[in-house]
Design a protein around this ligand. Structure first.
Ligand code: UD1
Length: 419
């Protein structure tokens, strides 16, 4: 497995311009949505990351054809040839579960492996399953696979016990082809959910309340083709904003969507970082002193769990103690032990991490176990003196397009080396 080597004198100031790619978490459900129609779906601003290739392999296996040219993707699922999403693919990427709703709604049957263990704690899919059951599907679980069947789904009134991004996406997609009206309550309001709904409307879906907690979907007989631009990746953008703040540099983000980053920008400003916003551009200028602060992750529009690890690195360089509370996922602190190896002072107790700054970081060999944890280790490596080796870059490749190239363009000494 490849590794990333970062060399730094500890005083690097990143400078320059970086283009933000399309959102990984928005493109995955959009690709799954193409299973809802026999017509063509065209997606633009598609990030070329490993998770996209994984879901395309899955789509191919189900009978969809696709063509990828630069960052534009054409998909067509004229016929569904197989109903099964294998354990191998679902294990490689949990978001494979997003094919469950569309497959069931389109062809009346779906067989999808249960995701099983995951590096960031237990991540059940009970809300996806109970939602589909309420739409009239019969679900059975055997040999590690869920088999869902229904002749035609029926609209229903469904309240999500807990906000779930993937759960909301799966049920909205299924409800678009159900008979009658579905009301979904306590929906996740993440921009990626909203973006999926906008695509579904272009395909002929009838959805009211997009971007709100309550959505009403009136089922239609058939959906058709559409063309859709994938929104900018707010987590990639947030990662570069932290890179600018942490290195006390100045970075201009282009093709970003500042409106999706309000809480992150607010927290950065609170830390003493200057953030200027102009339409789809964001300029971040790091201050000389980083202020400590307490952060709690919560569903959108709250502080995103996917930015928690990156902010933790920033707070190791703040003048004082900060407390980070992770409320979305259990055990999402796998980066902490690795940051300790780089010299950070962090203590974890339950869902809280106390970060005591400012600690000078020094390069070491570290290992990441999930996507955002890897990103945080790369950020730490940028300001750690000496050489940092991040092992298992596979995680990073799942969600960041050309991250080394982008960081090199900003002046970082970073390269990929063989294991
Ligand atoms: C998505 C994102 C991920 C992000 C997360 C939270 C994608 C591909 N991934 O993941 O990057 O970190 O949202 O913003 O978009 N839960 C249940 N039962 C369920 C489903 C979820 O209890 O059936 C719980 C989860 O364990 C977790 C919480 O709900 O505690 C939120 O999870 P969810 O929003 O579903 O995350 P994902 O869609 O998997």
């Amino acid at each position: 497995m490849e590794r990333i080597r970062i060399r730094s004198g500890g005083e690097l100031r990143l400078k320059g311009r970086v283009k933000i790619s399309g959102s990984k978490n928005a493109v995955l459900p959009a690709i799954a949505a193409s299973l809802l129609t026999r017509e063509k779906i065209k997606l633009h601003n598609v990030p070329l990351v490993k998770d996209v290739h994984t879901i395309l392999t899955l789509m191919n296996g189900l009978g969809a054809e696709y063509g990828l040219r630069r960052n534009s993707l054409t998909l067509q699922a004229e016929k569904i040839l197989s109903a099964e999403a294998s354990y191998e693919l679902v294990r490689a990427m949990r978001a494979s579960i997003l094919v469950l709703g569309p497959m069931l709604a389109r062809s009346g049957k779906a067989v999808v492996a249960l995701p099983g263990g995951c590096a960031i704690g237990t991540r059940p899919i009970d809300l996806h399953m109970s939602g589909l059951q309420k739409l009239g599907a019969s679900l059975t679980l055997e040999h590690g696979y869920i088999t869902a069947a229904a002749t035609r789904l029926q609209g229903a009134d469904i309240t999500f016990e807990k906000k779930t991004v993937g759960g909301t996406e799966n049920i909205v997609m299924a409800a678009c082809l159900a008979r009658g009206e579905t009301v979904l309550r306590n929906c996740a309001r993440e921009p990626e959910v909203e973006s999926l709904c906008r695509l579904l409307v272009k395909m002929g879906g009838r959805i009211d309340g997009i971007g709100e907690e309550v959505m009403r979907i009136r089922g239609v007989e058939e959906l058709g083709g559409a063309s859709h631009d994938i929104i900018p990746d707010r987590i990639e953008a947030g990662t570069f904003l932290v890179a600018g703040a942490l290195s006390r540099g100045r970075i201009d983000l282009v093709d970003a969507e500042p409106g999706h980053l309000s809480t992150v920008i607010e927290r950065l400003r609170f830390s003493g970082t200057r953030v200027e916003v102009k339409s789809n551009r964001i300029r971040v200028t790091g201050g000389d002193h980083i202020l400590p602060q307490d952060i709690t992750t919560s569903p959108y529009p709250g502080f995103p769990t996917d930015m928690q690890a990156q902010f933790m690195v920033l707070l190791t360089q703040a003048g004082g103690a900060s407390i980070i509370t992770e409320t979305i996922f259990e055990r999402r602190f796998s980066h902490v032990n690795e940051l300790l190896r780089l010299g950070a002072n962090i203590e974890v107790s339950g869902d809280k991490a106390t970060v005591r700054g400012r600690t000078p970081l020094s390069g070491a060999e570290v290992m990441a176990t999930d996507l955002r944890a890897s990103a945080s280790l790369v950020l730490a490596g940028l300001v750690a003196s000496g050489e940092t080796i991040v092992n298992d870059v596979e995680h990073l490749d799942r969600g960041y397009e050309n991250i080394e190239e982008k960081l090199r363009g900003l002046g970082a000494d970073i390269e990929r080396i063989p294991a």
